[in-house]
Design a protein around this ligand. Structure first.
Ligand SMILES: [Zn+2]
Length: 316
């Protein structure tokens, strides 16, 4: 019995606080070590995969800023498509008004300058006042264009072309030299439109020669459209010259002030319909008066007056 008792005592000692407790401690320690190791392994294993995926997406802008590659790529791509569709309406309706036949009279130009409207002045070349008019208009912040005299269909009208005109009988090099001489008689005009020209603008060879000069000098062309058979748009596109065309003549074949006013309103309506429109008037006192009277109409209807260069369309 005594050995039994000893054995029982020993077993009793082991059971509550001896080997059993130690085993439990080792197991507990083992669990803690395993748990600790697992806790350290988990973030390491996932961190490289999760960080680039989650950080730039939404929750961590600071982390996205630091990671050089995703930061510029991600904010740019969601931001880029958003402003593009919202930008086109921003400019509103735009009109370019070109005043033709400038260069004969200081008073005629002054009447338009006094309106304090952004206009485009198409100045005839090689007249006594050509350079003065071009410089005065440009100095007042307006767009200056060469109003290139070009041959009309009606031979009896050729004498009204004035100096510096282009005729269809001229060879290419003479046309180019003439256009360059005309441009330089004004200083540095931004573009060109045709004075008369119902015959010359319908001649593709003539227009190609004109376009070569414009292309060389980075100038634009506005077709006055004095003929329905104009080759200007096609030759301009071929040459890579930005081109536009007159939509409304403001003061040709009209009846007095009311007639001009109706044309101005037609120009505004076209701009409202199509986004933009180009009007051509002439350096006449009546046209200046009518424009002055309609000045508030542009602002009231949200139509901005701009440079003709803003409304020409570049090819490609
Ligand atoms: Zn003209």
């Amino acid at each position: 019995m005594p050995p039994n008792r000893k054995a029982r005592r020993a077993a009793a000692r082991r059971a509550p606080g001896g080997d059993g407790a130690r085993l439990a401690l080792w197991i507990l320690l083992g669990i803690i070590i395993l748990a600790f190791a697992a806790a350290r392994l988990r973030p390491r294993g996932r961190a490289p995969r999760q960080a680039p995926a989650s950080a730039p997406s939404a929750s961590a802008p600071a982390a996205a800023d630091r990671t050089a590659r995703p930061a510029p790529a991600r904010p740019a791509s969601p931001a880029a498509p958003a402003p593009t569709p919202t930008r086109p309406p921003e400019p509103g309706f735009r009109c370019a008004i070109i005043i033709d036949d400038v260069g004969y009279s200081k008073a005629a130009l002054q009447a338009f300058l006094d309106l304090d409207l952004p206009l485009n002045f198409a100045v005839l070349p090689q007249l006594a006042l050509s350079k003065w008019a071009a410089q005065t208009a440009a100095g007042a912040g307006h767009t200056v264009m060469l109003h290139l005299p070009m041959e009309p269909e009606d031979p009896s009208q050729i004498r009204f072309m004035g100096p510096g005109g282009v005729l269809t009988e001229m060879p290419d090099d003479e046309i180019e030299a003439r256009v360059i001489e005309d441009l330089e008689s004004l200083g540095a005009p931004a573009g060109l439109n045709n004075h008369m020209g119902s015959k010359a603008t319908a001649d593709a060879r003539v227009m190609k020669a004109v376009m070569r000069v414009l292309k060389d000098r980075g100038l634009f062309f506005v077709d006055s459209l004095t003929t329905g058979r104009s080759a200007a748009a096609e030759t301009a596109r071929e040459a890579g010259v930005p081109v536009g065309a007159r939509d409304v003549f403001l003061d040709t074949d009209v009846d007095g002030q009311q007639g001009i006013r109706e044309r101005i309103l037609a120009l505004i309506e076209q701009a409202e319909r199509e986004g933009s429109a180009i009007g051509i008037g002439h350096a006449r006192p009546g046209t200046a008066r009518a424009l002055g009277a309609a000045k508030d109409e542009f602002a009231r209807r949200g139509v901005r007056l701009v440079s003709a260069g803003d409304l020409v369309v570049a090819s490609e």
